[in-house]
Ligand binder design. Structure first.
Ligand SMILES: Cc1ncc(C[n+]2csc(CCOP(=O)(O)OP(=O)(O)O)c2C)c(N)n1
Ligand SMILES: [Mg+2]
Length: 283
């Protein structure tokens, strides 16, 4: 039996859920990148997807629903040595956490963000999320979802993201390559991952995703923003998966004079006299 550095643990996910292969792809990614588990921090919000950090050996943190990004940003800013990875759901990321999603793209903090996009709220039993397709009937949207689906890839490109990709839980080797590239990218990297929810999503099933996705090949220039936006908007009979856009850009740390040296904040010298002088200005 192979002893993995990154152990995975028994999960509470349904048999057949796409989350299992996303967890396996994450394990393969971390094994091959060869980081120490104590140098990796995986965060989530609340949902089925954000249980991921609890199922693998490394540092983990689950915040509130919609708030996986703020603690990830705080952890990365205070300890730039950590590899910071978020696993969150489509509801968590694009719904309640939508503002954090958009504005962290603008800050460009060095975080890899893996969104398990099953196109609904799975933990709370199948209500429509921002990515639910129009017309899909759910226990709450009984006449079918009437809202226009949110396109996370177009949104991320429009907000200025430097790394935007899409994967599918049914193509774990392909997904592992995307995860590696996203983690190695210096800045905010989004990978939206189609993930079948066997229990609640009877429309976007494993077979549906498998029939709709096609893998981008080398003929796509990942530095071409116009082409990336066109591909991101392609959501019909065929949906592209792969890296849509990758452009080197200065990240949060390299833009801030106080953080450029890459030192951990807790390791910095502090002068109590300066702090006391500051405090005295408030009394
Ligand atoms: C502040 C707050 N709002 C709402 C909820 C209820 N809630 C928990 S998980 C969830 C949706 C999860 O959907 P998603 O983020 O897509 O993750 P999935 O379960 O599908 O993986 C909701 C609405 C909550 N726990 N806390
Ligand atoms: Mg979901």
């Amino acid at each position: 039996m192979t002893q993995h550095r990154y152990q995975t643990y028994e999960t509470a996910w349904c048999p057949g859920c796409g989350n299992h292969s996303i967890l396996k792809a994450l394990q393969a990614t971390l094994e091959s990148l060869n980081f120490n588990p104590h140098d990796v921090l995986i965060l989530g919000g609340i949902g089925q997807a954000p249980k991921t950090p609890q199922y693998i050996t490394c540092n983990s943190f689950c915040g509130l629903h919609g708030r996986a990004v703020p603690p990830a940003v705080a952890a990365k800013i205070t300890n730039p040595n950590l590899k910071v990875i978020i696993h969150s759901g489509d509801g968590d990321t694009y719904g309640e956490g939508g503002n954090h999603f958009i504005h962290n793209i603008r800050r460009n903090v060095d975080i890899a963000h893996f969104v398990h996009d099953n196109q609904l709220y799975a933990l709370t039993k199948g209500q429509a999320s921002p990515t639910t397709m129009e017309g899909m009937v759910t226990p709450v949207q009984v006449a079918g979802s009437m809202s226009i689906p949110f396109n996370p890839l177009v949104m991320a490109l429009g907000a200025g993201a430097g790394f935007v990709a899409r994967g599918f839980s049914g193509r774990p080797e392909h997904l592992t390559e995307l995860m590696k590239r996203a983690i190695n990218y210096k800045g905010y990297a989004l990978v939206d991952i189609f993930q079948n929810c066997i229990t609640f999503n009877k429309l976007n099933t494993y077979a549906w995703y498998n029939n709709h996705v096609y893998e981008l090949d080398d003929s796509h220039d990942t530095g071409d923003l116009d082409a990336a936006i066109r591909l991101a908007a392609e959501f019909g009979d065929k949906i592209p998966i792969g890296v849509l856009y990758e452009k080197p850009m200065p990240d949060y740390h390299s833009k801030h004079a106080q953080l450029k040296d890459g030192q951990v904040l807790s390791g910095r010298d502090n002068d109590p006299a300066v702090i006391n002088r500051l405090i005295s200005t408030f009394v």
